[in-house]
Write a protein that binds this ligand. Structure first.
Ligand code: PLP
Length: 423
């Protein structure tokens, strides 16, 4: 059972100052989870998590994670600037981007971020802009199909790296390290991202096995000893209540075994392990809180809420499941079946379809779970819907606003001075 980190009474109190809808994050949960991740990899000297900023680009969140020892993984100019404004620079920043504009490489180099090159041609592109920095990383794409476990087992992950736009082939990556060394690089890393939102303890160890073997091959063929291996993102969360959460301690242990078996005998026992988790770090510690405002009976039963897909795009975009709790009715039977909808003029603006829930009355507060990653972050202004506020529940239970809601003036700001154009 998924239990919200706020109660009906708390939301009633919060709503007096911050009207629904709003995103709220749980500082305690975020910190405890980050500590557990660091514990899971404490066997590795130099382990570091670089939080994938795209999952939740809020300065307060970045600073909390930085206090817990995490850096940032940025993929755009705005994310690099946000990290810099938070005082997170230098070796605390990875820049993992693709199809990268020149000005972004420039900014990344300026703040001392570790640049992760997505393509072989980016070596000369970067060299022409800033020169090749001393510390550099390359992104690997093994191609083909990445499969974990056999059908029929509980573990089933299949992604298609061969169709993905990211990274370099094995031949390219071998050549890349030689060329980068010739251009002055002295410290090297490798990065790969093969599957998203994996709900299994097997993904990171399997990926680590692939990258560790490749690291040995790189050393044999080019003489380059990698200093870090970045397992990137992809460790997921159990969005559905019947799924089993990943056990990060078991995942860390699985990676350690591969490390001992493959890297240590090859003389690569000093390699640092990096991660760039986004979803795993934040998703469960965010709720989208909304209020039931309408009830409609036609061919189906609808509950209309005051949030919409512009506050949380995942259900509309991917058909994603997000669990729903009706606050104050946690223990009532789920004997009603509803579509829970927003107000966009798009029929996919539904947070739930045919969902068994307790009877919902107008005015009920509803928690949409696991929205701390790719929730607010994917917001947009379609239909003139404005971004909500973001709030933080501190460890002492107090509430602080960490981003105000957009206003109508914000919406019109880019039209300042354009009202007098004659048509
Ligand atoms: C999206 C992304 C991540 C984070 O992925 P999660 O699935 O949220 O953990 C990490 N690294 C890169 C390069 C990404 O694009």
């Amino acid at each position: 059972m998924k239990v919200p980190f706020i109660t009906k009474q708390e939301v009633e109190e919060i709503a007096k100052t911050y009207p629904t809808p709003f995103h709220i994050y749980d500082e305690k949960g975020i910190r405890e989870n980050a500590r557990k991740l660091n514990q899971a990899f404490s066997w590795n000297k130099g382990f570091k998590e670089y939080f994938a900023v795209k999952a939740n680009p809020n300065p307060t969140i970045l600073k909390i994670l930085h206090e817990e020892g995490c850096g940032t993984d940025c993929s755009s100019l705005a994310e690099l600037i946000m990290s810099e404004k938070c005082g997170i620079v230098g070796r605390d920043v990875m820049f993992s981007s693709n199809d990268t504009p020149a000005e972004e490489f420039k900014k990344a180099a300026e703040i001392g971020a570790t640049i992760n090159l997505d393509d072989f041609t980016h070596i000369d592109f970067l060299n022409g802009i800033t020169g090749i920095p001393k510390r550099i990383c390359c992104r690997f794409n093994p191609g083909g199909i990445f499969k974990l476990g056999e059908s029929g087992e509980s573990v089933q992950v299949m992604d298609n790296p061969g169709d993905a736009k990211y990274g370099m082939t094995e031949d390219q990556i071998l050549e890349a390290y030689t060329r980068l060394r010739d251009l002055g690089a002295e410290e090297f890393g490798i990065h790969s991202f093969l599957a998203s939102n994996t709900v299994t303890n097997e993904y990171y160890p399997a990926l680590a096995g692939i990258l560790f073997k490749l690291a040995v091959k790189i050393k044999e063929k080019t003489g380059v000893s990698l200093s870090f291996i970045n397992l990137s993102g992809g460790v997921g969360v159990a969005y559905k209540p019947d799924q089993t959460d990943n056990d990060i301690l078991a995942i860390g242990e699985g990676v350690r075994k591969q490390f001992e078996e493959i890297l240590v005998p090859a003389g690569l026992g000093e390699v640092k392990i990096f991660t760039e988790l986004g979803r795993f770090m934040l998703a469960p510690y965010g709720h989208l809180v909304t209020k039931a405002v309408h009830e409609k009976h036609i061919y189906k039963e609808y509950i209309g809420v005051d949030a919409c897909a512009s506050n949380l795009m995942r259900p509309a975009m991917y058909g994603s499941y997000h669990h729903i709790t009706v606050l104050g009715k946690e223990n009532e039977p789920c004997d009603h079946v509803y579509d829970v909808t927003g107000s966009l003029c798009e029929n996919n603006d539904k947070f739930a379809i045919d969902r068994a829930l307790p009877r919902i009355d107008k005015g009920d507060y509803i928690v949409i779970h696991d929205t701390g990653a790719h929730g607010f972050a994917m917001g947009y202004n379609y239909n003139g819907r404005l971004w909500s506020a973001e709030l933080l529940k501190r460890e002492d239970g107090s509430i602080v606003e960490i981003r105000r809601a957009q206003t109508i003036d914000d919406y019109f700001a880019t039209l300042d001075g354009f009202w007098d154009i004659t048509v």
